[in-house]
Write a protein that binds this ligand. Structure first.
Ligand SMILES: [Zn+2]
Length: 395
């Protein structure tokens, strides 16, 4: 059965997130992890509701209607493709990739019990790749509630992937990614990616050394986030994170036969840090250095996302471990955040063709080109405050 996101229905009103922000409420002042009946992190809304809460626009009605129709027209094209897609295309492919990662874990533990260097190294590789698929692709899709059409299951998967597997708090993770990053992409002070900046670190340390500490820093940051949680949520998060970390540690000692706690912990660190460098790189490459917007003069959604988001080229390893929505379909993901990785890939030709036809940006750059850019302009991008972009005529 095809489920159409609430955002695609007629008569939707201003997003719950924006509404909460307008009233000075915390986005988390609700009871559930996902708010299906709203933008759920930057989904589409129809008609004028798209820009409710975006003061500062004051142009002719005709021009307004023209711009309005761009997003609606693109939405109709994408919606048609989604409606024609099977469950396998919408969720099956991505669920199978995640399942394959879990199924490969016994093999990884078995290979890690080998005394032969080659087999042992292969075990590390399998576990590192599986861990990346589960904790990057899995947590990202789970944070969007894209793994299930049921809200209850969506919340279960978010806790499982983000807390048990990803050692972070589901509540803070969804808030940071969905309610801030997606809802306020490249808006200064809200979704400006400044949380990724550590300006006191030199560029080489930031880009090539510090990311290796991500597996250690993540649970520590999660602990710091618990003060804003209720006691029940905090206890659950601590229990889930401990369960995830301790089960891997226990299996390394008891299944793979590691002789000492230190060697098991070192193995965990290597596997968990295997994709930390591209993880940090990808997170900064696709937004920082692009157009940034003022909270009071933000452009309409289609301009915000086409100017503030960039796609990297396809890369077989990263497509699998991170997912298309984080690599080569990031623009599509920001325009339609409820689509799975496989559906983002399927609608990519439609979106890119449409944006090019309408002479809107469709920003793409290579991984190494982006790395060179950040290395040479590190101060400008990662230390100084970004300048605000005024898209004349479209705010
Ligand atoms: Zn996302």
């Amino acid at each position: 059965m095809q489920s159409i996101p609430e955002e695609w229905r007629e008569n939707t009103s201003t997003s719950a997130t924006d509404g909460a922000a307008d009233k000075g409420m915390q986005p988390w002042e609700g009871h559930t992890l996902f708010q299906r009946n709203g933008s759920s992190g930057g989904g589409l809304t129809k008609g004028g509701s798209e820009d409710a809460g975006h003061p500062g626009k004051g142009h002719g009605k005709g021009a307004e209607a023209d711009r309005e129709s761009l997003m609606m027209e693109l939405t109709r094209l994408v919606q048609k493709t989604v409606k024609e897609s099977s469950w396998w295309e919408r969720r099956g492919v991505d669920c199978t990739i995640l399942a394959a990662a879990f199924i490969s874990l016994p093999l990884a533990f078995f290979l890690l019990s080998s005394s032969q260097v080659l087999l042992f190294s292969l075990g590390m590789l399998v576990m590192g790749v599986a861990h990346a698929i589960i904790t990057i692709k899995g947590t990202h899709l789970a944070s969007h509630g894209s793994l299930s059409e049921s809200q209850a299951w969506g919340e279960f998967w978010a806790v499982f992937f983000i807390e048990v597997c990803g050692s972070f708090t589901a509540r803070a993770g969804v808030q940071a990614h969905i309610k801030m990053h997606h809802a306020h992409t490249n808006v200064i002070g809200l979704g400006d990616s400044s949380t990724w900046k550590i300006p006191f670190l030199p560029r080489s340390i930031y880009l090539f050394i510090a990311p290796l500490a991500v597996p250690i820093i993540t649970p520590l940051v999660a602990l710091g986030q618990l003060k804003s949680h209720s006691v029940t949520q905090a206890v659950r998060t601590v229990a889930m994170v401990t369960l995830g970390l301790y089960s891997q540690y226990w299996l390394l000692l008891n299944l793979s036969g590691f002789q000492s706690p230190a060697s098991a912990l070192l193995c965990m660190l290597v596997c968990r840090a295997m994709f930390s460098l591209p993880y940090i790189h990808v997170n900064i490459f696709q937004h920082i250095g692009l157009a940034m917007f003022s909270p009071t003069r933000r452009p309409k959604r289609i301009y915000q996302m086409t100017h503030g988001v960039l796609n990297l080229p396809r890369n077989p390893l990263l497509d699998w471990t991170f997912g298309h929505s984080l690599i080569n379909c990031h623009v599509e993901h920001h325009l339609f955040p409820f689509l799975s990785d496989n559906m983002c890939l399927k609608v990519k030709p439609i979106v890119s063709k449409y944006l090019k036809e309408k002479e809107l940006p469709y920003q793409e750059d290579g991984y190494l080109s982006r790395l060179r850019l950040f290395f040479h302009r590190y101060q400008e991008f990662m230390v100084y405050a970004p300048p605000i972009t005024e898209l004349v005529g479209v705010q």
